[in-house]
Design a protein around this ligand. Structure first.
Ligand code: ADP
Length: 410
């Protein structure tokens, strides 16, 4: 769709009039004409301003927003089609926790037509003493369609290329095996390099396939309530051979978030969360494999902590660390920190993208903290569920499974 078709109709001032317009009027003109929806939300959550593009997205007239609490007039849905919860509503999170940024996994529903539009929502605070929020809504339907087509192509191409690469890897393995072939020392050196490269290609295609599966909706999370400490421990313990093979120490712990912060008493209460167990496995395995890969000596520690609302899974190492300026980039597709320490360590740069993608598909968040030369800590956060909710959901899911129905979302 061309810009001109989408642009809002505004009274365009005559050229001589525009030349004399004040800066404020010009700002107003920009706001009225851009096709991104813009709103300003005051610190108490009431709306201070909306532009015409936003009125169109939300399917309401300008007057309906006047000093009204944002949540009563802005209907946001998550990818399961449910109204977004308070804890995941980005405007609420920005007001309460002062966390700003972009989310791209929500739809806005127009009140007058019930039309859903997928949007990118970017939130920035104003420079006031008590900051308001400037919230921009951009229609990303076309972008998502193109992303979907790209994923589709990558998925098909990786799938097709995986088979011949596996065959090359197999034949190189045979050529290197003294019981199936005879090669001299120099030949063996070349074959070893070719074998390494074909293994890397195989890993790359597999990682690409895994990431596109979620991107293009081939897989969706199957959420089920679990005892999160026991679940994480059993996955993490599976990595003990990998950790000890490199001569690293391993520790698993659990407790309250406060205990970690204050050294307070350990809580032995059971902690529950809703997760997809396969996704959780991929997440923890990936984080531990990275911890091992990027730690020349020392420890890998896995901890599960909780407060009343959230569960944190923390994977920590005493390895090479990640420079501060790289911390937000390492979750991007194909991003690898490029320095003397990492150059020799193999990888595809897709692991953390896959991890973040799966965490977010389960309504979680992930971030990293690190100090170069000292180590890195990855924190994965999921909403905690109460014991009652656990029992109810467990009962429901077990019943459904007994009846042979499988896909249940919580
Ligand atoms: P890769 O296949 O390169 O390991 P990832 O997406 O898993 O790709 O990680 C991206 C980059 O983040 C890595 O190339 C590495 O530079 C950095 N990184 C990830 N985990 C760690 C860690 N535990 N310690 C230090 N650096 C890490």
């Amino acid at each position: 769709m061309s810009f001109w078709k989408k642009a809002n109709k505004v009274e365009t001032p005559a050229p001589e009039q525009a030349a004399t317009m004040s800066r404020q009027n010009l700002n107003e003109l920009v706001l009225q004409s851009i096709h991104e929806g813009v709103i300003i939300v005051s610190p108490n959550g009431n709306i201070r301003l909306v532009n015409p593009a936003f009125c169109e997205l939300a399917g309401r007239s300008q007057s309906e927003f006047d000093d009204v609490y944002f949540d009563s007039v802005i209907n946001l849905l998550d990818k399961t089609g449910n109204r977004v919860s308070e804890g995941r509503n980005p405007i609420n999170v920005a007001l309460k926790n002062k966390e700003y940024g972009e989310v791209r996994d929500l739809d806005i529903v127009a009140a007058d037509s019930n039309k859903n539009t997928p949007v990118s929502i970017i939130i920035t605070p104003t420079h006031e003493e008590k900051p308001s929020l400037v919230v921009t809504f951009r229609d990303i339907a076309q972008e998502l369609k193109e992303e979907h087509e790209r994923s589709d192509f990558i998925s098909t191409a990786s799938h097709e290329m995986r088979t011949p690469v596996a065959s090359i890897e197999g034949y190189l393995g045979l050529a290197m095996n003294p019981s199936t072939a005879t090669v001299d020392e120099r030949g063996m050196e070349y074959l070893t390099k070719a074998h390494e490269a074909s293994k890397h290609l195989g890993r790359l295609f597999q990682d690409l396939l895994d990431t596109t599966k979620l991107d293009d909706g081939q897989i969706t999370p199957r959420m089920e309530p679990v005892d999160i400490v026991a679940t994480v421990k059993s996955i993490a313990d599976g990595q003990i051979p990998n950790i000890t093979a490199k001569g690293l120490g391993y520790q698993f712990g659990s407790g309250s978030v406060d205990q970690q912060l204050s050294g307070g008493k350990r809580i032995d209460q059971l902690i529950y969360a809703s997760v997809d167990k396969d996704f959780l496995s991929e997440i923890i395995n990936n984080l531990i494999e990275n911890a091992v890969k990027y730690t020349p000596a020392g420890w890998v520690t896995v901890n599960v902590r909780a407060d009343n609302y959230n569960v944190q899974i923390i994977v920590e190492d005493t390895g090479i660390g990640v420079p501060r300026e790289e911390l937000t980039h390492i979750f991007q597709k194909f991003y690898r920190v490029d320095n003397r320490d990492t150059r020799e360590i193999g990888g595809t740069g897709l692991g953390l993208y896959l991890v973040k993608q799966r965490v977010e598909a389960m309504n979680g968040r992930i971030w990293a903290e690190s100090e170069v030369g000292k180590g890195t800590r990855f924190i994965v956060l999921f909403p905690r569920i109460s014991e009652d909710a656990y029992r109810q959901q467990r009962f429901f899911i077990d019943n459904q499974q007994a009846q042979g129905r499988e896909n249940i979302d919580f």
